[in-house]
Design a binder for this molecule. Structure first.
Ligand code: 5RP
Length: 234
């Protein structure tokens, strides 16, 4: 178990941002549980509050198998979008956030389920350490693009044609990484992206591209932690 003293600064900021966002959860809510190391702190905080007898009627919708496994191991009750097609509040991490709260997500490979849950949510709070803030998307992170295995070489050419330097994500032992849906991911370095909406539209128009990591118009709030403190921007 990690003690506060051996936490790195970045990990501490992730934890602080996640814990501040959990303050927005009300009893009885259906809560989308994001994926990644920052979102994992949300699950841990929820479990700790449950152990104190608080928020015991909150149920979570996990955005990945990894989050599902973590929540189950900590006794956080789960539900599905079949049972609860509308989610009250989702708390998730991000890889890059621009000033208009547009995001790049999918560093952990969960972009498709994360976007489905975000689109089903009344509120989406993104929790980050300040190192994720960026003047322009694409400056610090490639855009993950999830593609069906069928025809993947054609998708690779298409993505290069859009100007990306592409890397097929690798899994254990150098095998192709597979998403929870069994698809492949290309990490696409476009460099700073001038018009993310236009790029998103092109990716969405392509058959065989299942999801991309540009999250536009889905974030209602941002919690960012830095050496200056924790700020909740609404
Ligand atoms: C997973 C994600 C994560 O939210 C994103 O990669 C941030 O991860 P971390 O909190 O570990 O930095 O989009 O698909």
């Amino acid at each position: 178990m990690t003690s506060a003293s051996d936490e790195s600064e970045v990990v501490r900021f992730k934890r602080l941002a996640a814990e501040r966002a959990v303050d927005s959860i009300q009893p009885g809510m259906v809560v989308g549980l994001g994926s990644g190391s920052t979102a994992a702190f949300v699950v841990r905080r929820l479990a700790a509050l449950r152990a104190e007898g608080r928020l015991t009627d909150v149920v979570g919708v996990p955005t990945s198998v990894e989050t599902e496994v973590l929540a189950r191991s900590l006794g956080v009750p789960l539900t599905t979008l079949e049972e609860h097609p509308v989610v009250d509040l989702t708390i998730d991490g991000a890889d890059e956030v621009d000033p208009q709260l547009r995001l790049i997500k999918g560093g952990g490979g969960a972009l498709l389920r994360e976007k489905i849950v975000a689109q089903a949510s009344r509120r989406e709070i993104i929790v980050v350490d300040a190192g994720k803030l960026s003047p322009r998307l694409g400056t610090r992170w490639p855009v993950p693009v999830e593609v069906l295995p069928f025809g993947w070489r054609s998708q690779a050419l298409f993505l290069e044609g859009l100007g990306a330097r592409i890397t097929r994500r690798e899994g254990p032992g150098g095998t192709p990484y597979r998403t929870d849906q069994g698809n492949l991911i290309f990490d696409c370095a476009f460099g700073p992206i001038e018009r993310p909406e236009e790029l998103a539209a092109k990716l969405e128009a392509r058959a065989g591209i299942v999801a991309h990591g540009l999250f536009i118009g889905l974030t209602s709030e941002l919690v960012v932690a830095s050496p200056e403190g924790v700020e909740h921007r609404r």
